[in-house]
Design a binder for this molecule. Structure first.
Ligand SMILES: [Zn+2]
Length: 136
């Protein structure tokens, strides 16, 4: 007798929960490693849907360096399909946006597209460097 396939909704919920737990673990680890523990609040929000900006966006960060508040939104619909090393990379990348937030000056409104592109490159390079050092 063929085995009945598992309910896709239960499997999906399990996969989303596992991805959320992995991301929370990476965030706790890297908040400490990146010396962000002294921030007032770094909130992690988890969405099961896709990012409203682009469908392949895994996460995005909103920070205010003046008050040391940040919110990182993780899109589990994208991150659930990633290997743990990729999930960790996304977490480190977003936390480095928090680290660099003070470079925005008094307001994000002052940032040009060129500034944003440079920040993305710096964050990407630092992410690779930190992960290379951490992974040996
Ligand atoms: Zn980025």
């Amino acid at each position: 007798m063929p085995k009945k396939p598992p309910c896709p909704f239960i499997a999906e919920a399990d996969q989303l929960r596992a991805a959320k737990e992995a991301i929370e673990g990476f965030a706790a680890l890297w908040i400490g490693r990146l010396n962000l523990s002294h921030w007032s609040d770094i909130t992690q929000k988890f969405h099961t849907g896709l990012c409203p900006e682009t469908a392949d966006c895994a996460a995005r960060t909103f920070s205010d360096w003046k008050y040391k508040y940040a919110t990182i939104e993780f899109y589990l619909g994208v991150m659930v399909n990633m290997e743990p090393q990729e999930q960790e990379l996304v977490v480190v990348h977003e936390l480095l946006h928090v680290v660099l937030n003070e470079m925005h000056g008094a307001s994000d409104a002052n940032l040009s597209e060129d500034d944003r592109a440079h920040e993305e490159r710096v964050v990407t390079e630092l992410t690779q460097a930190f992960l290379r050092i951490a992974r040996g």
